[in-house]
Design a protein around this ligand. Structure first.
Ligand SMILES: O=P(O)(O)OC[C@H]1O[C@H](O[C@H]2O[C@H](CO)[C@@H](O)[C@H](O)[C@H]2O)[C@H](O)[C@@H](O)[C@@H]1O
Length: 667
């Protein structure tokens, strides 16, 4: 049913001849008859090479017209029975539409063969005649290739019909597209090809839809003087800028200003002063000015149908709306002039660089790997002297040490701590004024095995999901969502990346999953890690987890578990046990350790203590960090810890046996 009507009346056969006439007069307009072949005969004159066409008076399709109201515009869509060279197809299309109301589909000869003689005759025909399509020529029962040919042919037909249903007959003769081809800045093969395509499209459109005195597309190829462009902008009811990529194209802004006009222009064009101004913009969503033109119709330039709809909408929009959109754009363009852009750019630049002026900068690397590192001037090496004198002034010390990259080098093959580290930590733990914690992303089992000889050391495993105050105390668990169903989502994704990245592997911990790429090819591994992070973030968006990057790892762990929370918990427990810390040392090398640095420097917590503690947040390696201090590497860390241990050992209360510390013995 292609006309509005009352279904019940038609169903109930209440319509009489009069009703039918009324209906059919409503239906009249355009009828499109689609058939495999057009009702035409074609001949090619061998001498001139020119085609001549005539109606095939015997064609049933042509005779169908007799049953259709005479004032109906009947258009035929179908193929010609002859092959027309592609170079002649545009011209032939124009002629057939004008002279015969026919739209040729021009299927390539092979496609015609496979679609018609192949799929239609071998398969469809058999099926419609209650037979199985079993033809020795085509071997298998079902040949996908023929099916694809059938689809391609149908697509060509459908596109032609859509062209008819859409390039709005009432606008024919009224709308003109002025296409200005600004000179290209280069002269490559692609420029030549684009120009050739534009010329061909222009000619095709003008052949089909033009008539004497009317060219729907006017092509201006070459530089157009400024005053002339101004004139074009001033009289254009709509401006389209639909580049597939662009920087900051100013044409839309210029167009709006030209449509607003000046008193001189009004005078020349005899426009009454104060009369309403209108403009319409169709812009590509991929061009720089697109976000600033809120009244423009934004299009994806690759979507030809959407561009056509947008142009139609722009042209046919009610004047009041065109006026409102113009006013809005004109207000924006007049207030956001070049001076405004320069001013706001300078403000942004100053804001972005505000901190840089206060920082020391170093350049690293060459070429594309050149980087500038800016560090605060107060960021300095943690000197043994400073820490020892603070040690001497304090008696409730909290010491937080990360594991990998802090007390054990990343390059170390045995991952367990050296005997020297164990000895130093034992001495530090023996001092009752010290509370020492290893805070690591590693699991409980590895850490408790490695520190089995350190009776009094505290361990926070898996970023603090599990905490133990000493070897004999129970593990405490931070309450996190008990449902680890997210692992079933994350693991297959990680497996995909593991398969694609040689050398990578997955580590499964109790509360988290880690993808390691330390042994993968470095650049590729890092790129894969970035992609995996995005991928995991999107698939886990609704799960109670966070996805974090660490040193050569991508880790998925429960929300709310951070090393920062560990330090917060331990410091507040010390405070509530009547031992508010007066010395806090925290050393770590990785991103997860930054949470600890932030948490121990938390102003609210510090001000809640009776006396502000001496705080030493220290990163390993000189790099941007929330820490105020740095140590160079794990050797430097051990050196500092040895000095602290020596200081602790010499001040251990008289009730304890004084220990003579000699580190050389276990070096
Ligand atoms: O908090 P940390 O003590 O620094 O531990 C963080 C991660 O340590 C482990 O990964 C690190 O060591 C791996 C093996 O040497 C190495 O491949 C990776 O690049 C390092 O980040 C551990 O496997 C992770 O679970 C921890 O989160």
């Amino acid at each position: 049913m292609n006309v509005p009507g009352t279904v019940s009346e038609v169903d109930g056969f209440k319509t009489n001849a009069g009703d039918f006439d009324a209906l059919s007069s409503e239906c009249c307009g355009k009828k499109i008859i689609v058939a495999n072949f057009l009702p035409l005969q074609a001949q090619n004159d061998i001498k001139s090479g020119r085609w001549s066409f005539s109606f095939d008076e015997d064609s049933l399709l042509l005779q169908m017209k007799d049953g259709i109201a005479s004032d109906t515009d009947v258009v035929y869509v179908g193929s010609l029975k002859v092959d027309v060279d592609p170079s002649e197809q545009d011209e032939v299309s124009g002629r057939l539409l004008k002279e015969f109301n026919c739209v040729p589909t021009f299927l390539p000869p092979d496609l015609q063969k496979y679609f018609y003689h192949g799929f239609c005759k071998q398969y469809l025909w058999s099926l419609f005649h209650y037979m199985l399509p079993m033809f020795p020529d085509y071997g298998n029962r079902f040949d996908r290739f023929l099916w694809q040919a059938y689809l391609s042919a149908n697509k060509i037909f459908a596109d032609k019909i859509m062209e008819l249903l859409r390039q709005q007959p009432e606008l024919q003769g009224k709308v003109v597209l002025v296409q200005i081809l600004n000179p290209a800045r280069s002269n490559g093969k692609d420029v030549q090809e684009a120009r050739r395509e534009i010329y061909q499209s222009t000619q095709r459109i003008n052949d089909v839809f033009g008539c004497p005195g009317y060219e729907p597309v006017v092509l201006i190829d070459g530089r157009v003087p400024f005053y002339e462009k101004t004139a074009y902008y001033a009289c254009a009811e709509c401006c389209i800028v639909n580049a597939v990529r662009d920087g900051m194209n100013l044409v839309p802004y210029k167009y709006i200003v030209c449509r607003q006009g000046t008193s001189k222009m009004d005078e020349a064009l005899q426009i009454a002063a104060g009369s309403p101004r209108m403009s319409m913009l169709v812009v590509s969503e991929f061009i720089g000015c697109s976000p600033s033109l809120s009244g423009a119709i934004r299009v994806n330039p690759w979507n030809v149908d959407a561009v056509a709809d947008a142009l139609n909408m722009a042209i046919t929009m009610p004047d009041v709306e065109k006026q409102l959109r113009h006013e809005k754009h004109y207000r924006y363009v007049s207030s956001h002039d070049v001076a405004y852009w320069a001013r706001s750019f300078m403000q942004d630049l100053e804001r972005a660089c505000k901190e840089h002026y206060r920082k020391n900068c170093w350049g690293f690397g060459f070429g594309m790997s050149f980087r500038i590192l800016s560090l605060s001037p107060s960021f300095r090496h943690l000197s043994v002297g400073d820490i020892i004198s603070a040690h001497g002034r304090t008696c409730r010390r909290a010491i937080f040490l990360d594991y990998d990259g802090t007390v054990v080098p990343h390059s170390s093959i045995p991952k367990s701590p050296s005997p020297e580290v164990i000895l130093v930590l034992n001495i530090l733990c023996r001092d009752p004024k010290n509370t020492v914690f290893i805070v690591s992303g590693r699991g409980q089992n590895s850490l408790s095995d490695w520190f089995a000889q350190c009776e009094n050391i505290g361990i926070a495993a898996e970023h603090g999901c599990f905490i133990r105050w000493s070897r004999t105390s129970e593990w405490e668990t931070i309450p996190v969502a008990a449902d680890f169903g997210w692992k079933r989502i994350a693991e297959p994704v990680m497996k995909l990346y593991t398969e694609a990245t040689d050398g990578s592997y997955i580590e499964t911990k109790e509360s988290s999953l880690v993808w390691h790429h330390q042994d993968a090819y470095p650049d590729f591994g890092s790129r894969q890690a970035k992609e995996l992070l995005d991928h995991l973030e999107s698939v886990l968006a609704n799960e109670p987890v966070v996805v974090k990057r660490g040193r050569q790892i991508v880790e998925v762990k429960p929300q709310g578990v951070t090393k920062g929370l560990v330090t917060e918990k331990i410091l507040s427990t010390m405070t509530s046990n009547g031992k508010p810390p007066d010395f806090v040392l925290c050393i770590g090398d990785d991103r997860s350790d930054e949470d600890m640095f932030e948490s121990i420097s938390n102003a609210a917590y510090i001000s809640s203590l009776p006396v502000p503690p001496e705080i030493f947040a220290c990163t390993v390696g000189q790099k941007p960090s929330k820490a105020r201090y740095y140590l160079d590497d794990t050797i430097d860390v051990l050196k500092l810890l040895k000095s602290l241990a020596a200081a602790s050992s010499s001040t251990t209360s008289t009730s304890h046996t004084k220990t003579e510390v000699s580190f050389e013995s276990c070096a």
